[in-house]
Design a protein around this ligand. Structure first.
Ligand code: S5P
Length: 489
């Protein structure tokens, strides 16, 4: 690769990571063993400048490797737009392989004009075993087309190149997984631990083209299962600055307790913040229930947050269209975006909620603000279903707001898997299972160990205790011990 392209390759690698075209976590794979790294190059169609760079690099790589062929053909579907760009830039006619033959009209499986004996270069986005490339090669070969080479954006280095070589097709990759990992490491985007964990998985999980493992079924433990990872390692994977900060705060202060200061008088809120401050990582407010609100409350709360080292979360549960939400966040008597490090929001209006919140924060503050999306609720009979949860997790982990979403408010570890997000779980009480209005409670141990909560939210469990400091210390101790136990296993 020529030097100029190398610099471009490195900055593309970082860009792909930033737009979540690949990410680290715990991902279900076709082969049956969860992978710590996942590529989703489908997202690049939403970033035309990235499409342009990828296709420019592919074209110059094809030229450099002298991969001359009469046609190009993309492996459906993700590589189709890439193959189109390559075809247009090089003025090489394209062939389109259908995944299924039409059952009417021409019933063709290969679209485009060709003759038997023509050569064709395959374009693919990501290669694991190479089986998708081989499917396309088979269909082309059946039509008499000659395929000798495939150019791919990313080789996961799990045996794909060797598998397709057995069918006399050479694989040429723009990026290898190792190159991507080293580039991110060099740029300070990931830690050595991440590189090692992925390398361990890749070494153990070499795959044959039929999808079976090259070795006997490998027993790799994915180091990126979020509930087994310590907070400080998860800080390295977080894309949102506030999530990073909160993970590190929890880890150094040794607390994963969030106090829900659901009180109606400024004096009461400041009193619990002063008394419980040393034991908590987050103080959560419902500012609209405060009867004597003034900005002085905010100033004093911020001083206490500094003194005791905790973050402030306004549990506003925004849920409107973007324009309204931006006003609710920035304006009115509360001016939430000026002081709340974190806010909660329903994902009901989709990504619009994040568009609205982003618009409600000044650019100077934007790096210091984060959102927790509601993925599940502790209220009985709530209307959230599996589809809603899945989409919420997607909004939190995909697209251009990944740097803004710090976590998810939910009740189960299945709600999301990305270790860089924080699970906030309310409904924690030691001695009760519900309140008179249906709130459902669980013990600190159940919330942290079984439900996957990273932070337990306690309101009345502390606020109604005879001595709130003692109660806060007790909840802190039990939530923290449960976390230590969880990561030790
Ligand atoms: O599903 C939820 C989400 C939230 S944020 N269930 C909840 O209870 N909450 C909040 O957590 C609720 O608004 C309250 O502030 C706190 C629980 O308070 P507690 O007194 O029942 O512990």
């Amino acid at each position: 690769m020529i030097a100029k392209d190398m610099a471009q390759m490195k900055s593309l690698a970082i860009k792909l990571f930033e737009i979540n075209a690949f990410k680290f976590g715990d991902f279900k794979m076709k082969v049956g063993i969860n992978s710590p790294v996942y590529f989703d190059l489908r997202v690049i169609v939403s970033f035309p400048e990235v499409m342009q760079t990828v296709s420019d690099l592919l074209v110059s790589y094809i030229k450099e490797q002298q991969l001359t062929a009469k046609h190009v053909c993309g492996v459906p579907y993700t590589a189709l737009p890439l193959a189109t760009l390559v075809s247009v830039q090089q003025n090489t006619p394209m062939l389109v392989r259908r995944k299924e033959a039409k059952n009417y009209g021409t019933k063709k499986i290969i679209e485009g004009i060709f003759n038997a004996g023509d050569t064709c270069l395959i374009v693919e986005d990501v290669v694991t075993s190479g089986s998708s490339i081989l499917d396309t090669v088979n269909d082309l070969t059946r039509e008499g087309i000659v395929v000798t080479d495939a150019v791919v954006v990313v080789d996961r280095e799990q045996g794909g190149a060797a598998n397709i070589a057995k069918h006399s097709v050479r694989m040429h990759s723009l990026f290898t997984l190792s190159f991507l990992l080293n580039t991110l490491l060099e740029a300070g985007k990931i830690e050595r631990d991440t590189v090692d964990a992925v390398a361990k998985y890749i070494a153990a999980c070499q795959i044959n083209s039929d999808g079976t493992f090259a070795n006997d079924k490998p027993q790799v433990v994915n180091d990126f299962v979020r509930t087994r990872m310590p907070y400080e390692s998860r800080a390295n994977l977080a894309k949102c600055e506030l999530a990073k900060q909160l993970f590190l705060l929890m880890s150094t202060k040794k607390t994963n307790l969030c106090l829900a200061a659901d009180l109606t008088k400024c004096e009461e809120i400041l009193d619990v913040a002063e008394k419980c401050g040393p034991y908590i990582c987050v103080l959560k407010t419902h500012i609209d229930i405060v009867e004597d609100f003034s900005q002085d409350l905010i100033r004093q709360l911020q001083n206490l947050a500094k003194k005791h080292n905790f973050l402030i979360m306004e549990d506003r549960k925004f849920a409107d269209i973007a324009n309204t939400v931006s006003h609710q966040y920035r304006d009115g008597i509360y001016r939430i975006s000026e002081w709340a490090d974190l806010v909660t929001a329903h994902s009901l209006s989709g990504r619009s909620i994040l568009v609205g919140l982003k618009a409600g924060v000044t650019t100077a503050d934007s790096k210091n603000r984060g959102v927790f999306l509601l993925g599940e609720m502790s209220a009985p009979g709530n209307l959230i279903d599996d589809k809603y949860k899945e989409t919420t997790s997607k909004i939190a982990t995909e697209g251009s707001f990944v740097d803004f979403v710090a976590g998810v408010v939910c009740q189960s570890k299945e709600c999301f898997s990305f270790p860089g997000l924080i699970q906030l779980t309310p409904g924690v009480k030691i001695d009760e299972t519900s309140d008179k209005l249906g709130q459902q409670y669980n013990t600190p141990e159940h919330v942290i160990k079984d439900k996957g909560g990273d932070i337990g939210v306690v309101g009345r469990g502390i606020l109604q205790a005879k001595c709130i400091e003692t109660a806060a210390a007790l909840y802190r101790d039990r939530l923290w011990a449960a976390y230590i136990d969880r990561v030790a296993k």
